[in-house]
Each structure stands twice: as C-alpha cells, then as structure tokens.
Design a protein around this ligand. Structure first.
Ligand SMILES: [Zn+2]
Ligand SMILES: [Zn+2]
Length: 166
C-alpha cells in the first residue's frame, strides 16, 4: 500500500503536524512526539494511560523508597534472625518465618511507596529477603546456603513478597 495516496492525517493534539501514525487501540492519529511506546505497540497518550493503572506508574522516587524499605527490613530482619533463630528451626517453622519475612518486605514496600506494584517493586522486596539472609549469615559467620531451613525461608519469603506486589 502506498501511504502517499491516502489523505494526509494530522495529529489529534498537534493540528499542524502531519503524520502517518495511528494509536494501535483507538486509531487516533498521533505524531511521533505524542506516541507512547508500550509493550503492545505505539499508543496515544490517553490509551497509554488507560493501560497503566496508577499503582504501576512508578517514578525514580518510588524506586529509592522501595530500596530504603528493602534495606531497612533486610537489616532488621537479618539481625533478628541471627539473634533469635541462630540454629535449625525445622521445615514447618521455616515456612512460617518465610511467610513473615515475605509479608514484612511487601508491607514495608507498600508503606514506603504508597502501594506501588510491579516487577521493580517485586525485585526490591525479593532483595530485602536476600539481604536479610546475607545479614544473618554475616552475623553468625556461617556459610550461605548450608541448610534446607534457610532455603525454605528464602523461597517462601520471595514468593509471598512477589505475589503481594504483583
Ligand atoms: Zn488511543
Ligand atoms: Zn502530536
């Protein structure tokens, strides 16, 4: 198809800008300046907004806050872990501790960021879990990955945290 045979389109927002682009959702003509790239193609600003609920619109300050929350929970939980549960705890208890650790990381992230969600927030919450384990291992001076309990705590905690922040 030869695009030059079609009547010229003008951007819905910039009436003097000729364009060949449409929004992939509502078909509104848009110019390259207005077009928002999304995983499913170019969209007009309105449709790009519709596709993204506010809790998934995340700015640099939210990442910083999520980082602060993960660092705080990681250090505090790691310290408590080393202090109160230095030895073997058994599979069942490990699962409970994992639930608590994952929940704490997800809640801290929600509090710090105003309930932001998505991959970035999940990554920080999971880092908080790993950090807790690293702090605990550093305090106890034991090698990382030495028991099934630890593996269960980490796995459950990461699952819980990422599920809550999905
Ligand atoms: Zn649109
Ligand atoms: Zn435009």
């Amino acid at each position: 198809m030869d695009a030059s045979e079609e009547p010229p389109l003008y951007c819905a927002r910039h009436s003097s800008t000729e364009t060949l682009l449409h929004c992939g959702r509502c078909d509104t003509p848009i110019c390259p300046r207005c077009m928002v790239q999304t995983p499913v193609g170019g969209r007009c600003p309105d449709c790009a907004q519709v596709r993204k609920p506010p809790m998934y619109i995340i700015g640099a300050q939210h990442y910083l806050r999520a980082l602060a929350a993960a660092s705080f929970v990681g250090v505090v939980a790691g310290y408590a872990w080393a202090q109160f549960l230095p030895g073997r705890m058994g599979i069942f208890f490990a699962a409970i501790i994992g639930l608590g650790l994952g929940w704490a990381n997800a809640k801290a992230s929600e509090l710090a960021t105003g309930r932001k969600r998505g991959g970035g927030m999940q990554l920080f919450a999971a880092s908080g879990v790993v950090l807790a384990y690293a702090v605990r291992s550093a305090l106890l001076g034991s090698p990382i990955g030495n028991s099934l309990d630890d593996l269960i705590v980490i796995t459950v905690a990461v699952l819980v945290a990422t599920t809550q922040l999905r």
